[in-house]
Design a protein. Structure first.
Length: 178
């Protein structure tokens, strides 16, 4: 896993730099997200790992799958990845690109998982508190997981805040077992 991240980092930086210089951060974000999803598809992943298929054939086949979702620069990027046998790194490239984009835009994607559906007021209140704590704009998405019993789990990049009843019970059980 670390090796794939190491391989993906320079490509993500190059894509980000190109997109930033051309004012196309969102466009590249969409292209990379789409190509990452395509590369992660099991049938496509097997195709990309087939040693009998040449890099040029992989690039052509992959570009055909993505057709109208890629502009010329995106097609060139895919061809470069294929030439260097790095198409399977696309999910990591996309994730690293999004981190760079978030840093540039001073924003962070936050996922709030709660035991019950949050009202808009509750979500906005949490978003406001997180914006103040993180010092960045936050893009909130919510999910529901009834196994939490109550409370919320907040994920913002590497930061995880577990305020769920299930999490508190697990901590209590650990303390009692030690």
């Amino acid at each position: 896993m670390a090796d794939l991240l190491t391989v993906a980092r320079p490509y993500a930086k190059a894509a980000f730099q190109y997109a930033d210089e051309h004012g196309a951060l969102s466009e590249w974000s969409d292209m990379l997200a789409f190509t990452a999803a395509v590369a992660a598809e099991p049938t496509v992943a097997a195709y990309l790992q087939n040693p009998k298929i040449t890099s040029a054939e992989k690039a052509k086949g992959f570009a055909e799958l993505c057709q109208d979702k890629l502009n010329d620069a995106g097609k060139n990027f895919v061809a470069l990845l294929a030439q260097n046998k790095r198409l399977e790194a696309l999910p990591e490239i996309a994730a690293l690109y999004e981190e760079l984009k978030s840093q540039k835009e001073q924003s962070v994607d936050v996922e709030i998982t709660s035991a019950f559906t949050l009202t808009d007021e509750q979500a906005n209140k949490l978003a406001s508190a997180l914006k103040q704590k993180l010092g960045r704009d936050v893009n909130v998405s919510t999910a529901e997981d009834q196994s939490l019993l109550g409370g919320v789990i907040i994920r913002a990049g590497d930061l995880v805040i577990d305020g769920s009843v299930r999490g508190k019970l697990a901590k209590l059980a650990d303390k009692l077992n030690t």
